[in-house]
Each structure stands twice: as structure tokens, then as C-alpha cells.
Design a protein around this ligand. Structure first.
Ligand code: SF4
Ligand code: F3S
Length: 106
């Protein structure tokens, strides 16, 4: 499955959800998760993300491995999102910030 990683937190551009053929994105307050049971590994979402937050499970950047089980866990509890919405108001301020996991809201 593909995995949403650190860069998405506090940005949540949601361009990714529009292209997913199997509607496997789930929405939390300041992050999206991919349901790994639904993802068909088409890779279409990768190029849509303005901050490059999406990776295949076997190519997640070093140090971000925790996002693999985290996507699975969060996807179980969050509702589906299939249409693009406005990014979070201060997305531009957070787009280049690293290590945002501590800001994740559930
Ligand atoms: Fe959806 Fe394809 Fe991205 Fe998986 S890789 S989340 S199926 S768009
Ligand atoms: Fe997040 Fe990128 Fe999608 S910021 S909401 S993974 S377009």
C-alpha cells in the first residue's frame, strides 16, 4: 500500500483524494491516511501531493517508518474523503517544516 507521511501534517492539501480510483483516503483533523486494505498500489496520488508526502510502503523515507502502521490505525477510525477541500489555513507556514508527528491530531 501507499503511505501518507510527515509532510502532510498541518497542510492537508487533499489534491490526492481526487485521483484515487478506490477512494481509500481517510480524513483526520490535520492529516490524511490511506487505508492499506483498500489501496491498489496504482501510484496516481504520489504526483498530486504538492509537498511529496506519499510513498510506497517499501520506500518510506528513513525515520518515517512509523507512518506505515499509523496510516492503518488512523484509517480505521477516520471517515472517507473523496473530494478536494481547501488546505488548512496556515498550510504554507508548515509545508517545509520537518518532524511534525507531534502535532498530529486524532
Ligand atoms: Fe489510491 Fe492509488 Fe494512491 Fe493507493 S496508490 S491511495 S489506490 S491513488
Ligand atoms: Fe496530504 Fe498531500 Fe494529500 S498534503 S492531503 S497527502 S495532497
Amino acid at each position: 500500500a501507499y503511505v501518507v507521511t510527515d509532510a502532510c501534517i498541518k497542510c492537508k492539501y487533499t489534491d490526492c483524494v481526487e485521483v484515487c480510483p478506490v477512494d481509500c483516503f481517510r480524513e483526520g483533523p490535520n492529516f490524511l491516511a490511506i487505508d492499506p486494505d483498500e489501496c491498489i498500489d496504482c501510484s496516481l496520488c504520489v504526483a498530486e501531493c504538492p509537498v511529496g508526502a506519499i510513498y510506497p510502503e517499501d520506500d518510506v523515507p528513513k525515520g518515517q517508518e512509523a507512518f506505515i502502521p499509523l496510516n492503518a490505525e488512523l484509517a480505521r477510525n477516520w471517515p472517507s474523503i473523496v473530494e478536494r477541500i481547501d488546505p488548512l489555513p496556515d498550510h504554507a507556514d508548515w509545508a517545509d517544516v520537518k518532524d511534525k508527528l507531534k502535532y498530529l491530531e486524532r
